[in-house]
Write a protein that binds this ligand. Structure first.
Ligand SMILES: Nc1ncnc2c1ncn2[C@@H]1O[C@H](COP(=O)(O)OP(=O)(O)OP(=O)(O)O)[C@@H](O)[C@H]1O
Length: 605
């Protein structure tokens, strides 16, 4: 049996061990650092604070700062003890928490890190270390195991490495802090005061992880596809420097493939073992997600593939519309955090048919199709690629002011034809999506539950409603030929931002079953074109009476010239009749807070 003098000497040993740890508690918003240096100082502090059963403090801290504001921490390789007292590390910035190694536990018989399979679990027994002796067995908290999950999601009984008597746990916490425009991963050792809630009885690490990954599947198995040629050849470096350290610190499972030839990502997606991954993250521009989506589409088990896999982007290319719209950023480090923290949501895709490839397979588009000025501005300005994204805006302005026209015929199946109808549609669907999201958050209290908004794709979802060979259905409307003979911009899209400063489709919604059509014609005088182009960043160009803006479910565009360009998701397509229809909710992606970046359309419309 342990006697009291042994107890206090062992406690002293642990205090010495922990002297370099910051003391911390869990609050509703994050982990609050309560001391910078030594634990003895903190013990005095702790006696002034009140904690509820979940270890949340009601104490004390009048001036709490957030880790997100502490720029000066960035240069430290280890920030242990450098985080000032009363700093909050918000759960949204926490990547991982784990008990410190048993090797760090002093052989003082005070601490335990015991993990053993629960009797209800069928996992095979694993080695466990028990560092308690008879004396500690009388301690009720140490005797009572917590039910928690291991890395594989299996239930295990756990005891934590803890400081006997004071409910303190030695934890290594990984989190992100700002570093210039980026965020970077850091680690700190903490001694956390924690008493599990009577109702949930979660271990401290499990509680931290649940709060840090609320409603999100953590420990995602991620396949990263890097296009080494993307982003003017910088994609690999960008990913490795800015995104990879954050993903690794989160303890997710990561596999990386580099594309070796053009369209390699399509072949990778076609042949992939879909059981191995949850997420395909394209460290590239928009070209690789396009290829991955089409590779999955060409698989015999495509319904399973679109049910199993989530496609997302780490923005490392020159066109990063997917990340800007879905992760709300074109910065790879911020996108990496979103990749870990964002919820899975289904988005609609658009299915493109043209004679040239119909015998092979239609093509899926997640972003846009364009003919005329926009297509030429994107693809014909390759020679000024060194200018970065500005080259696109310059190209558009140059072509628009030249008054170049692109005659064609356009037939449309409208969802909301007039601007008033479009506004009503937008507000109704946005509100509905918000309500569903709120309900989903309420219904999904823990991270491993399935999203109730989840939709299961079946083979029927891939069937074309309007096959190309059937001709144009009667209920499609032909656009006024006076406009289409003088067409300047023809642009259809499904995501709001097409580049960091261009909010081209401000009314786009992820899964409303429609996509947006925007058309201008060359008869618009320069005095009116200029303010239209100047309002592309705010998205208010669609409000100008000279701009046609509708929500549609399908269209056919028949070009009357051949020396131009049709571009689908930034890829060059044959200049021949193009028929496109919506395919609702086909693709799973990651949306920050469950929605696209705020285009502010509800404020301007
Ligand atoms: N190893 C490779 N060699 C040549 N081309 C490749 C390779 N890997 C990928 N590609 C091609 O690069 C193209 C562009 O990819 P991505 O969108 O990632 O880059 P980006 O920087 O945005 O470029 P872009 O603006 O040209 O689309 C895709 O069509 C893809 O097939």
């Amino acid at each position: 049996m342990e006697n009291s003098s042994n107890t206090s000497s062992a406690q002293n040993l642990l205090l010495t061990l922990n002297a370099s740890y910051s003391k911390a508690i869990l609050t509703d918003e994050g982990i609050l650092i309560q001391s910078e240096h030594n634990i003895c100082h903190s013990i005095t502090e702790q006696s002034d604070s009140k904690e509820d059963t979940a270890g949340r403090s009601e104490s004390s801290t009048s001036l709490i700062s957030c880790i997100a504001c502490l720029d000066d921490l960035e240069n430290e390789t280890s920030i242990e003890n450098l985080i000032p007292m009363n700093t909050l590390i918000p759960y949204g910035r926490i990547l991982n928490a784990r008990y410190l190694n048993e090797s760090k536990v002093p052989p003082n018989k005070f601490c335990a890190d015991i993990r053993q399979p629960s009797s209800s679990s069928n996992i095979s027994s694993r080695s466990s270390t028990k560092l308690m002796e008879e004396g500690q067995e009388t301690n009720k908290e140490l005797r009572t195991p917590f039910l928690s999950e291991n890395e594989n999601g299996e239930q295990i009984e756990s005891f934590q490495l803890k400081n006997f008597d004071r409910n303190e746990y030695s934890i290594e916490l990984s989190f992100v802090i700002p570093s210039g425009d980026d965020i970077v991963a850091k680690k700190i050792n903490l001694s956390i005061s924690y008493i599990p809630s009577m109702t949930t009885n979660k271990s401290v690490v499990e509680e931290i992880m649940l709060r840090s990954y609320k409603n999100v599947n953590r420990n995602r198995s991620i396949l990263v596809i890097i296009n080494p040629h993307g982003g003017k050849g910088k994609a690999k470096l960008l990913f490795e420097k800015k995104a990879k350290p954050i993903l690794i610190a989160s303890n997710c499972s990561l596999e990386i493939i580099h594309t070796k030839y053009s369209r390699h990502a399509l072949d990778i997606a076609k042949d992939l073992d879909i059981t191995k991954y949850d997420v395909i993250a394209c460290a590239s521009g928009d070209g690789i997600p396009y290829e991955v989506i089409n590779g999955l589409y060409q698989r015999p088990d495509r319904a399973d593939a679109f049910n199993k896999l989530t496609i997302t982007q780490v923005p490392c290319g020159s066109g990063n519309a997917m990340s800007i719209s879905c992760h709300w950023t074109d910065n790879p480090s911020h996108a990496a955090l979103c990749l870990l923290k964002s919820v899975e949501r289904r988005i609609d895709l658009m299915c493109c048919s043209q004679v040239s490839y119909m015998d092979d397979c239609p093509r899926l588009s997640f972003l846009s199709q364009t003919f005329g000025v926009i297509a030429e501005s994107d693809i014909n300005t390759e020679f000024i690629r060194w200018m970065g994204p500005i080259r696109f805006n310059l190209g558009v302005a140059y072509n628009v002011f030249q008054g170049k026209k692109y005659p064609c015929d356009i037939f449309v199946r409208y969802a909301s034809k007039s601007k008033q109808e479009l506004k009503d549609h937008y507000l109704k669907h946005k509100r509905r999506a918000e309500l569903e999201s709120e309900r989903s958050n309420e219904r999904v209290p823990n991270s491993r539950c399935k999203d109730p908004l989840e939709y299961t794709v079946t083979e029927g979802d891939f069937e074309l409603k309007y096959p190309l060979r059937d001709g144009i259905p009667d209920d499609w409307e032909r656009l006024n030929p006076e406009i289409t003979e003088n067409l300047n911009i023809f642009y259809t899209g499904k995501m709001p931002y097409i580049s960091a400063d261009t909010n081209f489709f401000p009314a786009a919604l992820p899964s409303d079953g429609t996509f947006d059509l925007i058309i201008t014609d060359v008869r618009t005088p320069i005095t009116k074109i200029t303010p239209i182009l100047l309002s592309l960043d705010k998205g208010s160009h669609v409000l100008h009476p000279e701009v046609i803006h509708s929500k549609i479910t399908a269209y056919k565009m028949i070009p009357k010239i051949s020396d131009s360009i049709i571009s689908v998701d930034g890829e060059r397509f044959p200049v021949e009749p193009l028929q496109v229809e919506i395919m609702p909710k086909l693709c799973k992606t990651l949306l920050r807070n469950g929605c696209y970046v705020d285009s502010k359309f509800d404020k301007i419309c």
